[in-house]
Design a protein around this ligand. Structure first.
Ligand code: FES
Ligand SMILES: [Fe+2]
Length: 367
């Protein structure tokens, strides 16, 4: 394990460190970009920030391709919205691009003999793109392990989630004025729950409080997950409604929190919905968050079951937003404190083992 016990606090607040991790971690690693089901139709696209790069993923005739968002002509952005539906055409002078990213139609093309003679030489800059089920990942600098190798067993989990995703219930974007690692680490331990979430998560009756029902799992490549069994009494009552709520493809009796290293979390309770959160470092002290909750496909649900689940979904969305605000405040307060600190942090050996696993993987990747 890399020595997290001596990691200086400046690693969490310094612009120089941020520049270095942008290069070592975020341009060389597989970075979650979005869901294929969000751009399922030809001409659908999404646009995401990846380590200082502006990346677009475009559905071109049913095929997905990723490019740097900069036209080959005079370098205008091609897309300006974070998601939309439009052909791959530059809005400035109307250059049209094909599947390979080469300009395939150019207004007044006779004026560009150098381009029409060799369009491939004027292609958009392609970005490596791969997927695990519906989860799309890009890598700015090619080389290193493939996506399947990097994900390991997480790939199977993402595949199971992908088979479940039905419709988006909620989506929001927000900013946390704290270092991205503070936001990730905050999500990796339940130690703060009694203080930070005492009226929300801490008061929740659905989770078992027995320590043997809460298990951390550390996975290679910095991934990890935690499972927390449902409260046995609560679960028994819940199961009496099974004939109404029906079944869903990826069903379990616990809450699960997954980190896909370095910066997405996927969580679910029982598998009837999934919450996917992408944390993107904008600066050493600013993290943008993109959050989506999807319901799961289901069968055998009665009308009463539909009404029940709708009420549960509404409550979960509200709950998620409240918890997000509580965590945001804790992260911002922590960042301000780290700025004042001159000594390394201290870790609980079991309660914070996922944090330690994240930090040591991070330090290894940083070399
Ligand atoms: S800058 Fe894109 S067509 Fe001119
Ligand atoms: Fe929290």
């Amino acid at each position: 394990m890399h020595d997290i016990a001596s990691e200086p606090p400046r690693n969490y607040v310094s612009p120089a460190r941020f520049a270095l991790e942008t290069e070592r971690l975020f341009t060389r690693g597989w970075i979650f970009a979005g869901l294929a089901c969000e751009i399922a139709a030809p001409d659908d696209f999404l646009r995401i920030p990846v380590a200082g790069h502006d990346v677009i993923i475009h559905n071109i005739g049913g095929e997905l391709r990723a490019f740097i968002n900069s036209c080959s002509h005079r370098q205008s952005l091609i897309h300006t919205e974070s998601r939309g539906h439009r052909p791959l055409v530059c809005p400035y002078h109307g250059w049209v691009y094909d599947l390979a990213g080469a300009p395939s139609r150019i207004p007044a093309k006779e004026d560009f003999p150098q381009v029409t003679a060799n369009p491939g030489a004027f292609s958009l800059k392609a970005v490596e793109l791969d997927r695990a089920g519906q989860f799309l990942f890009v890598r700015i600098t090619p080389g290193g392990p493939g996506l399947a190798e990097f994900l390991g067993e997480v790939g199977e989990f993402l595949g199971n989630v992908s088979d479940s995703l039905d419709r988006p219930l909620d989506e929001f974007r927000s900013t946390i004025n704290a270092n991205w690692k503070i936001a990730i680490e905050n999500s990796l331990e339940g130690y703060h729950v009694p203080m930070v979430h005492r009226n929300t998560l801490g008061a929740n009756q659905q989770f078992s409080r027995n320590t043997e029902d809460i298990t951390d799992h550390l996975v290679p490549s910095g991934h990890s997950f935690m499972t927390n069994r449902a409260n046995a009494r609560w679960l028994k009552r819940w199961q009496t409604y099974a004939s109404d709520t029906g079944t869903w493809p990826f069903s379990f009796n616990h809450y699960v929190h997954r980190l896909v290293f370095p910066m997405i979390t996927v969580t679910s309770f029982l598998g009837y919905s999934f919450h996917i959160q992408r944390f993107h470092p904008d600066a050493q002290d600013r993290t943008s968050v993109h959050s989506r909750i999807y319901s799961s496909k289901h069968s055998g649900r009665t009308e009463r079951g539909e009404r029940m689940m709708e009420a549960i979904f509404r409550e979960n969305i509200d709950f998620t937003h409240r918890i997000f605000e509580e965590d945001r405040s804790a992260c911002e307060t922590t960042h301000a404190g780290v700025l004042q600190s001159h000594s390394p942090a201290v870790f609980a050996s079991t309660l914070e083992q996922r944090v330690a696993h994240f930090r040591s993987t991070y330090l290894k990747a940083m070399g």
